[in-house]
Design a protein around this ligand. Structure first.
Ligand code: G3H
Ligand code: 13P
Ligand code: ZN
Length: 336
């Protein structure tokens, strides 16, 4: 059993409480490799932002869970080396799919886990989530649950709306499971294709797709039911068009990729939404930089020569999110 506190990690309790009171959101960035982790820690340390390092099941399979765990430990030391004496870094399991996966992560030193029972029938979601909470809380590990199903791009608007979180269920779910935060469905979805062109309108000047707004009425209704309770938004990449354009210019094929406009994420950050999940934007930044570098320097075969620019681009993107969208810069409890 690894005690995450001994690794210098923190759970999400304090950072969420301060984020809700302060009207900003904590970034939850996924990582799968060293360059992503370096960029996340550099961005959050330079800007004195608390940060959540997210590890998915896919990341554990790709990078090896032991290695990821030690990388997260190293991240705390790296943040200190960068001049951040008291970093606030949580190591969080993203979309945990079973009690066993959550337990394994807790035993390995994660400070926070998500149990995603959103695709289960309601009572089964409650039973599974409660079981994870009971185990996690013995070790002061925080737990995120999910109610409502994130839309798939194949869903039409009516089907997508029917998957939104039902505000009338949230009090029962939170009180019976004991979760520390709740992921909700209000129109976001995973990946680089969050809406079909048919679901969007087109900006007449640029020809770019303009997605439909998030269901802020559903978020408002949830906040009325659960005042001051931490809410989480998954699927919150904005799919920056400059990255999509670079990828397409240099041989990629991402037609009509579209994300959540940053204006809407900015608005959500000021509410009880205190954790915003971003993964796809990092993938896009990385891919755009790699494609461009390799196209411009076809003789290059040293991975540092294209992973380096990719890392720089991700750091720039993370800093932009922290400073210009989520507002979590200069929000460490101890700023010295
Ligand atoms: O929610 C999904 C995250 O972007 C993780 O994706 O399962 O491909 O690692 P992944
Ligand atoms: P994006 O695909 O929008 O980056 O969402 C990531 C996410 O929700 C991770 O859990
Ligand atoms: Zn997610």
């Amino acid at each position: 059993m690894v005690d995450y506190k001994k690794l210098g990690l923190v759970n999400t309790k304090e950072m969420f409480a301060r984020a809700i009171n302060g009207g900003y959101a904590i970034p939850a960035f996924n990582f799968n490799n060293m360059e992503q982790l370096q960029a996340i820690i550099k961005a959050s340390s330079d800007l004195k932002s608390p940060v959540i390092l997210q590890v998915s099941k896919g990341a554990r399979n790709y990078a090896n869970q032991t290695l990821l765990q030690y990388m997260a430990q190293g991240a705390v030391e790296y943040a200190k080396e960068l001049g951040c004496k008291h970093p606030e870094i949580a190591l969080h399991l993203d979309h945990g799919d079973s009690f066993e996966t959550c337990k394994s992560c807790i035993d390995y030193g994660f400070s926070s886990v998500m149990i995603d029972g959103s695709s289960l029938p309601y009572e089964e979601n409650i039973a599974l989530t409660k079981k994870v909470v009971e185990y996690a809380h013995q070790f002061d590990v925080t737990v995120e649950g999910e109610l409502g199903v994130l839309a798939g791009v194949e869903d039409d608007v009516v089907a997508a709306e029917s998957h939104y979180t039902k505000p009338e269920e949230v009090i029962d779910f939170v009180s019976r499971t004991g979760v520390d935060s709740l992921a909700i469905s209000i129109g976001t979805s995973h990946g680089a294709y969050k809406f079909t062109p048919e679901q969007c309108t087109r900006d007449p000047k640029t020809g770019k797709l303009v997605p439909p707004p998030l269901a802020f009425d559903v978020l408002d209704a949830i906040m009325v039911k659960l005042p001051g309770f931490p809410i989480v938004l998954h699927g919150s990449s904005s799919v920056p068009q400059e990255y999509v354009d670079i990828i397409n210019e240099y041989g990629g094929k991402l037609p009509d990729a579209v994300g959540i406009p940053e204006e809407q994420l900015r608005k959500a950050s000021k509410s009880a939404v205190c954790k915003i999940n971003i993964d796809s934007d990092s993938r896009l930044a990385f891919t755009a930089a790699v494609r461009k570098t390799l196209a411009e320097k076809p003789g290059e075969f040293d991975p540092r020569k294209f992973c380096g620019p990719a890392r720089d681009e991700m750091e720039k993107m993370y800093k932009h999110k922290i400073q210009e969208v989520l507002g979590s810069d200069n929000k460490l409890a101890q700023m010295d």
